[in-house]
Design a protein around this ligand. Structure first.
Ligand code: PEP
Ligand code: MN
Length: 451
């Protein structure tokens, strides 16, 4: 079978190196970086081609209005053991939200975490001021340490191997959860510490294939229970594929078809700051056979979005491309309709997803970031209105969430004002909805979809 793109015959995983690129760390030691890249390239992939294809089939249903995509998790995922320990809670919360949405729609909800690799962050400024000192900005634990110390903030290429090991531990935990779910024996937590990274880095990652017969074809979607309700089945993984030195090393060729797959995750996405058509990230994602996402913000033009569709999905394969609109509550009704019309007129099948978080960020007096649930809900309402008016299916929702009672976003089950935030502000980067706020938003979305 020829590759998805005839270009895949000529695309090379390092083509991006010839193009302008944004938001990459300034690695201090090129020789150490090369050694790490070479090591990563010899390690087993983290995901399997079969699973990546399975997710694309689910996304094709979301493109066609027969499913809804819920993608959620941390803004920046921690790479230490706390990241693995949090997997169960994320699966439970995102699963509960998905069930709530399916109850309203009567359709499966596809569940994807920002998980198992969401370790790199684009930043609006290369440095930040902490207590009067100018420090390199925190760029995600794949790159540097969040603690405000100049030495710890220096990018360290060895962290790329740490990212691989952390992702592997998370994937391992998701695999165990998948089996427990299939066996209908899913504890909230194990009394023993969460499983750590397998000791042997070179051991292959287990995949969802094989023994999960009862979930095959249904993993990563809510499914109808015998009693008529909806039950979640586990999370696919996704992250912003930002640091291309890491991602390139995890591109592998499918021996059966010759296609290139990015096997660091199931669903990589391109961020708002790296979606320029003539830049490295778009060229890189154009050549991989995974389903891919792309954020589109308020400066996106109709011509640009149609070009993105042409470049990222030239064969117009349903499920291949997810467009994640992050306009802001004030701009969505103004900016989004032209983009939806243009993509529709050009005949591109996409999953239209609403990210109501990243266009609605505010600064607190102390410099930390927050978001108001009311603004998040307002953007969601605007998004649904625009898609409905255009005759298109609002295919999904993209959120930053944390299980439990964190206090990072304001209103509706969280702190009412900045003064009430207290010590519940724990995020490594952007503010996340807490559990109550997340369920409120899921209910709202379910009602809008049903209504
Ligand atoms: C993010 O998803 O955390 C992010 C940085 O988003 P965006 O690229 O839309 O700004
Ligand atoms: Mn974020």
């Amino acid at each position: 079978m020829p590759g998805r793109h005839s270009e895949s015959l000529v695309w090379r995983r390092d083509d991006w190196r010839r193009l302008p690129i944004s938001q990459q760390p300034s690695w201090p030691d090129p020789a150490a970086l090369d050694a790490v890249r070479n090591r990563l390239a010899t390690l087993p992939p983290l995901t399997s081609v079969a699973d990546v294809r399975r997710l694309e089939v689910s996304l094709a249903k979301a493109a066609a209005g027969r499913a809804f995509l819920l993608q959620a998790g941390d803004c920046a995922e921690p790479m230490d053991a706390s990241g693995t320990a949090a997997v169960r809670g994320k699966n439970r919360l995102i699963g509960a939200m998905a069930e709530a949405i399916s109850e309203h729609t009567g359709l499966p909800t596809v569940t994807v975490g920002r998980i198992g690799g969401q370790f790199a962050k684009p930043r609006s400024r290369p440095t930040e001021t902490v207590d009067g000192r100018e420090l390199p900005a925190f760029r995600g634990e794949m790159v540097n340490d969040p603690r405000p110390d100049a030495r710890l903030r220096t990018p360290d290429p060895h962290r790329l191997l740490g990212a691989y090991r952390a992702a592997k531990a998370v994937l391992n935990e998701l695999y165990i959860i998948a089996h427990e779910t299939a066996a209908r024996r899913l504890p909230d937590a194990w009394p023993t510490p969460a499983p750590t990274a397998p000791d042997d880095e070179a051991a292959p990652v287990r995949s969802w294939d094989g023994s999960l017969r009862s979930l095959l074809g249904g993993y990563g979607e809510t499914r109808r229970d015998p009693d008529g309700g909806w039950a979640h089945t586990g999370l696919w993984t996704s992250h912003e594929a930002l640091v291309l030195d890491y991602e390139e090393a995890l591109v592998r060729r499918d021996p059966q078809t010759g296609e290139w797959f990015l096997l660091s995750t199931h669903l990589p996405w391109i961020g708002e700051r790296t979606r320029r058509l003539d830049e490295a990230h778009v060229a890189f994602h154009a050549g991989i056979a995974n389903p891919v996402g792309c954020k589109i913000g308020p400066t996106t033009t109709p011509e640009e979005v149609v070009r993105l569709c042409e470049v990222l999905n030239p064969s117009r394969k349903p499920g291949r491309l997810t467009l994640i609109s992050r306009m802001g509550a004030d701009a969505v009704r103004d900016r989004l309709p032209g983009l939806v019309r243009a993509v529709r007129a050009a005949g591109h099948p996409v999953v239209w997803v609403c990210d109501p978080m990243h266009g609605n960020t505010e600064l607190l007096p102390d410099g930390r970031k927050t978001r108001r649930v009311a603004r998040i809900a307002a953007e969601i309402r605007g998004f649904f209105e625009v898609l409905r008016d255009a005759g298109e299916w609002p295919g999904g929702l993209h959120l930053e969430v944390a299980d439990g009672d964190s206090a990072e976003c304001l209103g509706e089950g969280g702190p009412a004002s900045a003064e009430e935030i207290g010590d519940g502000y724990r995020t490594l980067c952007d503010p996340r909805l807490n559990e109550k706020q997340s369920i409120t938003i899921a209910d709202l979305v379910g009602r809008l979809l049903a209504g």
